[in-house]
Design a protein around this ligand. Structure first.
Ligand SMILES: Nc1nc2c(ncn2[C@@H]2O[C@H](COP(=O)(O)OP(=O)(O)OP(=O)(O)O)[C@@H](O)[C@H]2O)c(=O)[nH]1
Ligand SMILES: [Mg+2]
Length: 333
């Protein structure tokens, strides 16, 4: 799913200026027939209808572009709840719906008033009054518009994840070489750098092995401090929890990443409690043979790691087939 395409949310002032200008310009160039008062009336009615229609359409379009948690795959629904102030987010969307309804009520009221008006000076006064009352409705939801713009910026960082694929998560401390490994496995060109927290969103790539597509997710370096995780670290933890079929734990024995081996080992032990883990030792060129020999089960060649991932994916497929068959047999008469 892709959350990159939600358009920016305007401020109340921007929304109003654009709408009023457009409706004024359109109505002023249009030619109307009839007596002078009829022409004036038709012009002002058009302004009211155009301003109301345009504002309602923009508000409704805005609301529609945001995801509805109950219609999202569970990973994204949880992500929404973890990274946003979810009740506030829902309330903000509700406030825009409320504003749209208020505009309909005002539109009906002023169209009725204007249709009864005969005084030449009365029409423009009514339009002004209408603009004033609509402005006050929109200004009331300015905090919610700002809230939604902030939410949009968080939504933009959500990873583009395909559900239902065998999924490998590259996990470990910052700067250990996770993104470098993703680029080797999935032939992607994600950014790497010699400092921690280079990856601030979840990079995804795909490997096709023996006709099977495997999703590889490079999650941002985590410090695994549950009490002070930022939204990106929260995403990393959630991806591991909800999506990883296998964790590839990237261990930097050279300690060039800036984290001691002891700390990395602690995080590894935690990961092993959560999911099945494959250990990958990075930065092999910086290591002595003796250092590598201490980890006989670790992979240090991406090609060998790929083959093991494929083996795990095939195993999962076989297990799923077996349990499907078992269910079918149980249901048979
Ligand atoms: N010498 C050597 N350096 C490597 C190797 N793999 C990665 N590096 C370097 O280690 C640094 C960090 O690599 P990244 O792949 O950006 O690390 P990361 O784990 O994705 O880091 P964050 O995104 O910050 O969590 C970069 O300077 C890489 O060039 C390797 O095999 N050998
Ligand atoms: Mg990275």
């Amino acid at each position: 799913m892709n959350f990159q395409t939600i358009p920016p949310v305007p401020l109340a002032k921007e929304l109003l200026n654009a709408t009023f200008r457009k409706s004024r310009e359109r109505a002023n160039v249009k030619k109307f027939s009839g007596e002078l008062w009829q022409r004036l009336q038709k012009r002002e009615l058009l302004k009211v209808d155009m301003a109301a229609g345009n504002l309602k359409e923009r508000l409704e379009r805005l609301v529609e572009r945001f995801p509805v948690a109950s219609q999202l795959p569970s990973f994204y629904a949880t992500l929404l709840k973890v990274t946003l102030d979810f009740p506030l987010f829902r309330k903000s969307l509700g406030a825009l719906r409320w504003a749209s309804l208020q505009i309909t009520v005002l539109q009906k009221h002023y169209v009725r008033k204007m249709s009864r008006e005969r005084n030449l000076k009365g029409f423009q006064g009514l339009t002004k009054e209408f603009y004033g009352r609509v402005s006050s409705v929109i200004k009331q939801v300015d905090p919610q518009l700002k809230e939604l713009e902030a939410a949009r910026k968080i939504l933009r960082t959500y990873p583009d994840i395909k559900e239902g694929l065998f999924t490998v998560c590259l996990y470990g401390f910052p700067n250990v070489g996770k993104t470098t490994l993703l680029n080797l496995l999935a032939k992607t060109k994600a950014k790497t750098a010699a400092y921690a927290f280079t990856t601030l969103t979840i990079n995804s790539g795909f490997m096709t092995l023996d006709g099977k597509t495997i999703q590889v997710l490079d999650v941002p370096g985590t410090l695994a401090r549950p009490d002070k995780m930022n939204p990106i670290e929260q995403q990393a933890e959630l991806v591991v929890q909800e999506l990883a079929d296998v964790i590839v734990f990237v261990l930097d024995l050279s300690e060039q990443c800036g984290y001691s081996l002891a700390r990395q080992e602690q995080l590894l032990a935690k990961a092993e409690k959560r999911k099945s883990v494959l250990l990958y030792v990075s930065k092999k060129d910086l290591l002595h043979k003796e250092q590598l020999a201490l980890y006989p089960h670790a992979y240090s060649e991406p090609e060998e790691l790929k083959q093991e991932i494929l083996r795990r994916a095939e195993q999962k497929e076989r297990d799923e087939k077996k349990s499907e068959e078992a269910i079918t047999e149980k249901d048979a008469p």
